[in-house]
Design a protein around this ligand. Structure first.
Ligand SMILES: Nc1ncnc2c1ncn2[C@@H]1O[C@H](COP(=O)(O)OP(=O)(O)OP(=O)(O)O)[C@@H](O)[C@H]1O
Length: 358
């Protein structure tokens, strides 16, 4: 007959995709019993790991059925471990998070849905922080639309790689005062998005720890939209100063932003505040005019509901889009424009909230 130790042994091979730790060590699988030819165990995943449920259950079933003498597996669902789990530390952040040598603060930019201008905000925030004299890195982790190389005018450049084997390091590309690496530089743009997902965790870690960031006051991370693996991977990998949530004022965008905000809270990542983008349209020929194309007040409501600051209300202006496409972000190409002033204010308010030693 199979022993509990043998069952535990095969289950210990299954890992949390984010931290790489064994699910048994995390107590996500426990209470293992062997009843003749059947193994029973409890599966209790914390909220942020629910996306891994099917994979973990499938791998566990397969691993146990591969043992001689086992022909049935029963999974009991349990309450998530209250502590220990992924190593909940003081603020609920996993204890095994590993900081990046030389990088003082990591700030993520996230949105509930795509197309709200998250990359535009991340790039202009990074440039505005650099304009304030900080040494800034930008990690473009958006697998669905890695736009940072275009927005910084370096889409045709290939990053230099130094060293070989385990010591290999990618040198970020410098542009507009910011050192940048992008998913776009590693992912085949013709590869279907569904195949990119599983690579995410590995690539994010590679970018964090195998890029030559040097000394950086701030590393801004442009995350893909939504509440998926990239958010988890980043949250589990590195200690973060916080996250900026980008939304547009309309309801559908706000609902998704709420989900994102709640997820970061659950992960123990401080939410620095809300940046409302496309707050109002400013026509090029009448700069004093404002048209609330997507409604108004959404960002303020979201911020108030979660008791976080409304960090900026960035208007919709043609130079923002032109700046993005031409590789000169608006804080550089039109620093006096209404949007650039909001981006500069955003950078100041973000800085007020994180302690930098610049
Ligand atoms: N405030 C703004 N005014 C004018 N155009 C804007 C503004 N913000 C973003 N845009 C434009 O909207 C488009 C989408 O922006 P962006 O790529 O930053 O969105 P995103 O949320 O990162 O999208 P995705 O997540 O799908 O990559 C771009 O063409 C960008 O130039």
């Amino acid at each position: 007959m199979v022993s509990v130790e043998q069952a535990n042994g095969v289950l210990a091979q299954i890992q949390d995709a984010g931290s790489g730790r064994a699910v048994t060590e995390l107590s996500w699988i426990d209470q293992i019993r062997v009843e003749g030819s059947r193994v029973v165990f409890r599966l209790a995943l914390p909220g942020f790991a629910q996306g891994q449920r099917e994979r973990i259950a499938g791998e566990a079933r397969q691993a146990l059925l591969s043992l001689d003498g086992i022909d049935d597996v029963q999974i009991e669902l349990g309450q998530p471990p209250s502590q220990g789990g992924i190593g909940q530390a003081g603020h609920g952040q996993p204890a095994e998070r590993q900081s990046i040598p030389g990088v003082r603060q990591v700030i993520a930019v996230s949105s509930g849905k795509g197309g709200v201008g998250k990359s535009t905000v991340a790039v202009n925030l990074a440039c505005a922080l650099a304009q304030q004299g900080l040494s800034v890195g930008l990690l473009d982790a958006d697998i669905y639309g890695p736009n940072a190389p275009t927005m910084l005018g370096v889409a045709d450049r290939t990053p230099e790689v130094r060293g070989s084997g385990d010591t290999q390091r990618m040198v970020p590309i410098e542009s507009c005062g910011v050192a940048m690496v992008s998913m776009g530089l590693l992912i085949d743009e013709h590869q279907p998005v569904i195949w990119r997902g599983p690579m995410l965790n590995g690539i994010i870690r590679q970018f964090l720890y195998q890029a030559d960031w040097g000394e950086r006051d701030v590393l801004v991370v442009d995350l893909p939209p939504g509440t998926g693996d990239a958010q988890l991977s980043l949250a589990q990998a590195v200690p973060m100063a916080g996250v900026v949530i980008v939304t547009t004022p309309q309801q559908v965008s706000l609902q998704d932003a709420r989900r994102g905000l709640a997820m970061f809270r659950q992960l123990g990542i401080p939410v620095l505040g809300v940046a409302e983008n496309m707050s109002a349209f400013i026509p090029p020929d009448r700069p004093e005019q404002r048209y609330a194309l997507f409604g108004s007040g959404g960002g303020a409501t979201l911020a108030a509901d979660y008791d976080v600051p409304l960090l900026a209300q960035i208007p919709m202006e043609m130079p923002v889009q032109e700046g993005g496409d031409s590789g000169r972000p608006i804080v550089i190409s039109r620093p006096d424009s209404a949007s650039a002033l909001e981006f500069q204010g955003l950078a100041e308010r973000v800085l007020q909230q994180v302690t930098t030693t610049a």
